[in-house]
Design a protein around this ligand. Sequence first.
Ligand code: G1P
Length: 289
Amino acid sequence: MPVPVRKAILPVGGLGTRFLPATKSLPKEMLPVVDKPLIQYAFEEGRAAGIEQFMVVTGRGKQAIEDHFDHAVELQDTLARRGRATALQLVRDSVPVPGQVSYTRQQDPLGLGHAVWCARHFIGDEPVAIILPDDLIIGEPGCLAQMVEAYRETGGTVIAAMEVPAEQVSSYGIITPGWTRDGLVEVRGLVEKPAAGTAPSRLAVIGRYIVQASLFAHLEGQEPGAGGEIQITDALTREIGAGPFNALLFEGRRFDCGDRTGWLEANIACALQRADMRPAVSALLASYG
Ligand code: G1P
């Protein structure tokens, strides 16, 4: 039985330039999908997978995230006075138990691998999950819970994966696959954002990882890779052969909320899942032909 995964890192240092000017003063992870910010979807997915402690790796201008995971005292008082029980409950439900969420800052935007490395002291020698809030995954059970279940069987490293169209491979970490069994694919190689025509497959890494503490040793002093950034993919490559390393073809729908169209689609899909919104949203969509 592998060591259970109790901790998760949420890297949220990105600038969100594709959503300017909205992200000038609003962290992109606070963009709502219907009525819930992306960071809260990530937190809830982690909690549902058994994660007990979260380290959010932030950057400058991300204070709204800390405020979101705190009491909103005036708002709560006002809602209580006005008898708005449902709204009050929604506000209270978004507050973690004390001490469950910690924060550290990535002072320089040196890449995802560097952001993860900033959380190294939080990890100690335990395995850890990494959740990229930009990748919103709607599934039941959630994507990370599916990965934890697979990890209980395999141990080692488990990453989320899905097939992407050939013209999109250079936007992702791409897997060299080995054997496939019950939705698990052996990872024999990884390459970050391969140039068109050079990718080993169309199997892309999606923003969920379960990694061992040894990954942090690889990240230590690691040279920049694709795009001049310190890449988690490069550190993961060095874990291949050190223990089991598998990709899970998770069940559920993934939306790239780092992209405007992906984010819009997530809003539509989530609204259509809400019984109270579905009729009006369907009618609205039909009116656009
Ligand atoms: C990151 C990872 C990449 C992965 C992607 C999934 O890239 O570096 O390997 O495929 O997330 O969303 P980013 O989207 O931050 O450029």
